[in-house]
Design a protein around this ligand. Structure first.
Ligand SMILES: [Zn+2]
Length: 413
């Protein structure tokens, strides 16, 4: 009898079955249930944990797929949806993506490559409180967009130019940082992410940093505010868009009278579209993680019958995007005398102003286009070094195993 119940249980909760059935939206609680059940039943190494709570106390739960275990040199990526509570398609897309990775791990070479070589963190809802306020069928508007304290979370991060989004003094602003944004910041401080995507709705376009700029001189002649890593950023955006059947052709949203949401090639620089102070994308970039803002549906909260199309058309783009974490360089920084790894070493590619840091185990990662670069490495109490490094070229169907670069720093006398 016990065995019968066990089989029944498995039938209900086998990961591949969790999302089956009719196209429907999952409530905040159902998402938590899905993540827990998935983690319990998947044969992949997974872990569910909370990075913090929303204003109303709802846990912000993340699923980590960590097939590589504790292996050194494994890059981490994150996929986040629903920062705007009323932009809901990304939630369902991410649940579907989790299930897709599980189902296709043994049979699909690219899935296996991603799952075996990348730590994948997925946060299906960053703004569950806003979601509870939002209304199914509302394609436009802002009902449910903000968090429970009425803050736009994508304007709530310390801005790289102004320090804050509102022109108020720093310490006052720190008190205004909302728990949802603070949870992301703390999480990013613990984990060295190399690549990230934030899924939105309201247009169909891949938006790349910067979202903000200091003065008009920082704009190029196309009115864009580009990062020093634009070659990489643009490549990442193109990687996503080119495998998206509709975005790659440019999508005109039905209510977009003046073409404000229309992008011929499905790509735009954030600041060129409209400036955002305190956006998550810029915060990530400055902190050493390249994040894109992916707008994946014209309608912010479409009818559920449309969901299967959105799920389907985003799988390949997300997979190809995630695999980019395996391109570029990676390595470790050591103390030349003790041979111990150095945490919090600061690295930068010479000629590119922004830095990235080593993990607790002294590891670093940076996505780069193929070529030779100078990598400068500094750490408190050590002589800094600059080394010539090379990022190799890999074809699309390869599963790159890039070599670990070992860098030794001499303690200062
Ligand atoms: Zn949005």
């Amino acid at each position: 009898m016990m065995r019968f119940y066990y089989i029944l249980l498995l039938l209900f909760f086998a990961p591949s079955e969790i999302l089956s059935g009719k196209s429907k939206y999952h409530s905040n609680n159902e998402i938590l249930g899905f993540l827990d059940r998935f983690s319990e039943t998947s044969s992949l190494k997974t872990h569910v944990f909370s990075i913090g709570k929303s204003v109303s106390g709802f846990p912000l739960k993340v699923l980590r797929i960590n097939q590589p275990g504790n292996r050194i040199g494994v890059p981490s990526i994150k996929l986040i949806a629903n920062i705007h509570g009323n932009e809901v398609v990304g939630r369902e897309v991410l649940l579907h993506f989790i299930q897709f990775l599980d189902k296709n791990y043994e049979t699909n070479k690219q899935v296996k490559c991603l799952v075996d070589n990348v730590r994948i963190y997925i946060l299906p809802t960053m703004n569950p409180d806003g979601f509870s306020e939002s209304i199914q069928g509302q394609c436009e508007g802002v009902t449910g967009r903000h968090n429970k304290n009425d803050f736009d979370l994508n304007r709530n991060f310390p801005d790289y130019i102004y320090g804050n989004a509102y022109g108020v003094p720093q310490d006052e602003y720190r008190r205004m940082i909302q728990p949802e944004a603070a949870a992301i910041m703390k999480w990013m401080n613990r984990t060295r992410f190399v690549l990230s995507a934030s899924l939105h709705g309201g247009a169909m376009v891949a938006n790349y940093p910067f979202d903000n700029y200091g003065s008009p001189e920082e704009l190029n002649n196309k009115y864009e505010a580009l990062t020093p890593d634009h070659d990489v950023v643009y490549h990442l955006a193109k990687t996503y868009v080119h495998s998206h059947r509709r975005i790659s052709k440019g999508v005109r949203c039905p209510w977009d009278e003046f073409g404000l949401l229309y992008f011929e090639d499905g790509l735009t620089n954030g600041a060129k579209w409209y400036t955002v102070k305190g956006g998550m994308q810029d915060y990530n970039y400055v902190a050493g993680c390249i994040e894109l803002t992916l707008e994946i549906s014209c309608c912010k909260y479409p009818q559920p019958k449309k969901l299967s199309m959105f799920k389907k058309e985003n799988i390949q783009p997300l997979l190809k995007f995630g695999l980019q974490a395996l391109r570029g360089i990676k390595g470790r920084v050591f103390d030349s005398q003790t041979q111990k790894p150095i945490a919090e070493a600061i690295l930068h590619i010479v000629g590119r102003k922004f830095t990235f840091r080593t993990s607790k185990k002294g590891e670093f990662w940076r996505i780069l286009r193929p070529g030779a670069y100078n990598l400068k490495v500094e750490a408190v109490g050590y002589e800094s070094v600059t080394e010539r490094i090379t990022a190799e070229e890999y074809s699309e169907d390869e599963c790159p195993q890039i070599p670990m670069i070992s860098i030794s720093l001499k303690p200062k006398q």
